[in-house]
Design a protein around this ligand. Sequence first.
Ligand SMILES: C[S@@+](CC[C@H](N)C(=O)[O-])C[C@H]1O[C@@H](n2cnc3c(N)ncnc32)[C@H](O)[C@@H]1O
Length: 271
Amino acid sequence: MLSPDPWRALDAQPNVHALIAGLEKRGSTPAQTRLRARFLRFVPVRAGQRVLEVGCGSGVVLRDLAARVGRRGEVVGLDHSRTILAAARRLCRPAPGCGRIVLRHGEGGRLPFATGRFDVTLGITVILHVADPLPVVREMARVTRPGGRVGLQDQDFGMVAATHPDRDLTHHILDGVVKHLYEEPYSGRRLPGLLREAGLASVRLLTDVFQDTTLEPWTKTFLERRAEYAVSFGLVDAATAQRWLDGFTALVAAGSFVFTMNYYGAVGARP
Ligand SMILES: C[S@@+](CC[C@H](N)C(=O)[O-])C[C@H]1O[C@@H](n2cnc3c(N)ncnc32)[C@H](O)[C@@H]1O
């Protein structure tokens, strides 16, 4: 049976192009750009390194990485969706340093790379979508050279705060949807443990927060999708979902809108 989480089997989704557009919208949000930059510094990713991103999607992070590793570096993006890889190919073409980006089709749990091939291996907002993440992280560790780094970053859907006049309804929708949608909605806080279990050493954690006070386009789409899911999972009826969305619009008009979501970044060294 197909999982309700669209990122598990992107090519089978009727709205695949809308999902890809949403990823690009998220990637271009200034708060998300800062969040990515802080994580890449934390790992750290340096000039001249060979970097792999597993679950690279449309290439938002790959484009940052290409700028970061410079002319002597190399960036490889791997994804199991052929549709999103085609989009990544198109979207990365105009980016500075695009010649350094190589795209590969493959599964996170069976990486088509030699042992020790990379200096840094990353998984950014991907582990959350993997039903059995440990084999993927073990593979990431295998393709990383001794002394190299494996870095994971995920949002944690148990750490979402949103102002709304109906707090109970907000909890009912946000918590209810993630329980139906994801195998492990609280994956962010589990990343350090996952790295240790996969045999990585010197594990460090960076907790970061995405913050929006104006209902930016990506946040608006995020909340609208949560409302749609809440209806399709039978949590609320369509009128209640619309009333919930209208509650945010009123707060924005009053200048009282706040939406925050925790991101956890964890890094470990390959012994
Ligand atoms: C939410 S997107 C994140 C994309 C990118 N890392 C970013 O932050 O913009 C998750 C991506 O991981 C891919 N993915 C999910 N599970 C995967 C797996 N087991 N192996 C390879 N790719 C996977 C999906 O196809 C999707 O493109």
